[in-house]
Design a protein around this ligand. Structure first.
Ligand code: V47
Length: 388
């Protein structure tokens, strides 16, 4: 074992919190097996042999974006070939089809569209609600929420914007748009996007309103290892705050996103390697001791590596996905999906028990085409009632 990891190993086995410099030592170490073993220990303490997956559908409502982030190959300007925008009716139709195919969640994000008004977004949510009432709508990154507040001429009323979206059907916030919480990286790679304080403010407001949310970190481009650890510590602090303030919502999961250079202005970079991906997932598990879940997004990590990632701290694999337009690894097109049988098989082959979850990590039980969620009595761990 890398001897610099010995103190860290002792702290992990005692369940003690790691300091930033210990996170950095883990990222700097080449002893990937020890890092994996420690993360697996922390993962099994919470989740045993269970690994979650969900049946979902991603929808990108438009790729037209006012920003031109250097890492992004998704955005188009309105006049550019390939620019698109869906109507509320088209999105509702996609949602209806997804629900009919068994999805429990729809994940909706898009570019910062310069001209669509606030009502486009509330109409979209209401139309999905009407078309597929049981579907959980996880939608709009913190960056989009700030954009919506601006276009609705109430830039300081993030809470009001979220409340209006919640009333129209918004169920939770995805973790996107966080990138790396560092001003140097921000100014070089995604100038014009909100900074870390604003991203965290949006999630805080969501948690206060009872919305659960996710977090991401986009790594493997121009950030340093110190920047990665700083980012994780800011997320950990924000979660501590949500818990100690007793907010009805909080962060559920972190999704580390490996940078995919293809087609972006940073296309000359090579992006992270598989070992970096595994270490990053493991370090997220070890540093984020107040996050219940660590998610592998197989679209970016690949299904093969996600399988191994289950032994490096990951307890959740997202998901059946369907359509994905933001990144396309190895020449994939937008039709990126995996069927449930394959997801369950890869989890089982990795030595874990596949459990279908809904967006809020409740266990899903199916009866033919119908589904419900099981709640457990926290005192007895017995299944209590089945209700969506
Ligand atoms: O915000 C953009 C990232 C994110 C690239 O909350 C890129 O459950 C890598 O946030 N290489 C969107 N990443 C994806 C996202 C997400 C995915 C799955 C589940 C959840 C969840 C959230 O993708 C963007 C941005 O950070 N991104 N371009 C790229 N070239």
């Amino acid at each position: 074992m890398d001897t610099t990891l010995q103190t860290i190993a002792a702290k992990v086995s005692e369940g003690r919190r790691l300091e930033p410099e210990e996170g950095l030592a883990l990222l700097r170490s080449a002893d990937v097996w020890t890092i994996g073993r420690l993360a697996d220990h922390a993962r099994r303490r919470r989740h045993g042999q269970v690994a979650y997956y969900n049946i979902n559908r991603h929808i990108n409502y438009s790729n037209i974006c006012a920003l031109s982030c250097h890492f992004c190959s998704f955005y188009r300007k309105k006049e550019q070939p390939g620019a698109y925008e869906y109507s509320a009716g088209q999105i509702a139709e996609l949602a209806r089809n997804a629900a009919a195919a068994g999805a429990t969640e729809i994940h909706i994000v898009g570019g910062l569209h310069p001209w669509l008004g606030f009502s486009y977004y509330t109409d979209m949510l209401s139309a999905i609600r009407a078309a597929a009432p049981k579907l959980h709508i996880k939608a709009f990154t913190a960056v989009e929420i700030v954009h919506l507040a601006r276009i609705d001429r109430r830039p300081n009323d993030i809470r009001g914007v979220l409340a209006d979206l919640q009333a129209a059907g918004l169920g939770s916030l995805p973790g996107g748009g966080a990138e790396v919480f560092d001003d140097r990286v921000h100014d070089q790679a995604f100038k014009g996007k909100i900074r870390s304080d604003k991203w965290i403010e949006v999630h805080r407001a969501a948690h206060e309103l009872g919305l659960f949310s996710n977090a991401t970190i986009l790594y493997g481009h121009i950030e340093s290892l110190e920047d990665r650890i700083e980012h994780l510590c800011l997320l950990r602090d924000a979660q501590d705050e949500a818990i100690s303030a007793g907010h009805p919502g909080r962060f559920q999961t972190v999704i580390p996103l490996p940078f995919v250079p293809d087609g972006s202005a940073l296309g000359h970079l090579h992006g992270p390697t598989g070992l970096d991906d595994l270490k990053m997932l493991a370090v997220c598990r070890l540093m984020l001791d107040n996050f219940e879940h660590i998610k592998a997004f197989w679209i970016m990590q690949t299904l093969e590596l996600s399988q191994l990632a289950l032994s490096f701290g990951v307890d959740d694999v997202d998901g059946t996905v369907g359509w994905y337009d933001i990144t396309k690894v190895g020449g994939a097109d937008t039709n990126q999906q995996v069927d449930v049988a394959t997801l369950r098989r890869v989890i089982r082959e990795a030595g874990f028990i596949p459990i279908e979850r809904d967006t809020l990590y409740r266990r899903v039980v199916r009866d033919g085409a119908d589904w419900d969620v099981v709640r457990y009595d926290p005192a007895t761990s017995q299944a209590m009632a089945v209700t969506a």
